[in-house]
Design a protein around this ligand. Sequence first.
Ligand code: HAM
Length: 420
Amino acid sequence: MEYQIPRGTYDILPAQSYKWQKVISAFRELAAAFGYQEISTPVFEQASLFERSSGDSSDVVKKEMYRFTDRKGREFALRPEGTAPVVRSYVENRLDIGSANAKLYYIGPMFRYDRPQAGRYRQFYQYGIEFIGSNNPYYDAEVIAILWFYLTGLGLQKLRLELNSVGCPKCSVDYDKALREYFKPHLPQLCPDCQIRFDQKPRRLLDCKVPSCKKIASGAPSQLDYLDAECREHFAAVQEQLSLMEIPFVINPRIVRGLDYYTNTAFEVIYEGLGAQNSLAGGGRYNALLEQIGGKSIPALGFAGGFERLLLALDEEKVSLGRPPVPDIYVITMGKAAQQLLLPYINRLRQAGIYAEYDPDKTSFKAQLKAADNSQARFALIVGEDELASRSVVLKNLQNGQQQTTPLEPLSELIAILKG
Ligand code: HAM
């Protein structure tokens, strides 16, 4: 074949698109019920936006970003994630003016030059929430609640919400020091990447997938023992709010998020049964990010999840997402005059929201009836010679074979039957 789809990407084929529509509309509806509004930003941004916000120690930015130079020599990147662009837009459009918090959601493609495998792509679709404006732990729980209710509402059960606090920059200084002290004697045994992590961001040593590093990391000190009083209090309050909202969670002090902007609350939803790519969604607070990219100091938090993994999990748990749409009617005409009579009516039915299939290439009654059966339409709408003379149609219920004759005018009667 001359042309092939780029590695790590995929087509959403028509037979699958109803599943996407279902999970997307479920997210939109739930976000709206919490008062969140949609925001859309471009798929490319200045590369430095991500470098400055998402961090120099994160693989997402260091190794996986699609960077390009445009014709005028400007450096851009396909967005690897949605948070920095949303924050950029918030600052640039002065959404902070007025007293209201910004409650935002987004849906769209992200790009990472990752090693493709099940649940991991180079172009993938995220659903995400960003809440900007308050440090109240209630909002930590609210944002987590949206994620939790979304996933459980779709019917997933094998979910685990993991919660952690990565503290504020002040507590991080002490914690990084403790980690370096712990890892120092093991340095020669660590992988080359971890040697760099040791200098740059020791916290990432906890996230290495190399078995020998993992073993060493298992004895490392816990982040939670290095939180200052304020961060400890915030973390306790988030847990309390989650309990009040009846959202089950487990504390995992080893959650290390892949991006660098997190402060305090960090969380992930894990789905048992997806193999290595078992993180369905993740997020946390990023109280320092707005200031870092040129805005005022305003606290914020959010999460994002990938639709691909979500669909894999739904498949694995055999959750039905409905089925592809089937026609309400399949139109069968006998002869040219019947065709001509019916054409405007077919379109009027479609304008009224009735899904009507019609194929002018099929002319014999037998071929049309067979096509009607194959289409799984609810009704065949048939116009033969008698109906042509009386300007009526025969509606044949294709499930039970029952027939009724109905006049074409007023069309509202036919619409009422079809919608009933
Ligand atoms: P993240 O953990 O990098 O966070 O990604 C969030 C989710 O996106 C993952 O849990 C996973 O479901 C999906 N995902 C990530 N990479 C891939 C990939 N290569 N293929 C398929 N799915 C993928 C963020 O992106 C943050 N912006 C989340 C956030 C929002 N934090 C605060 N606000």
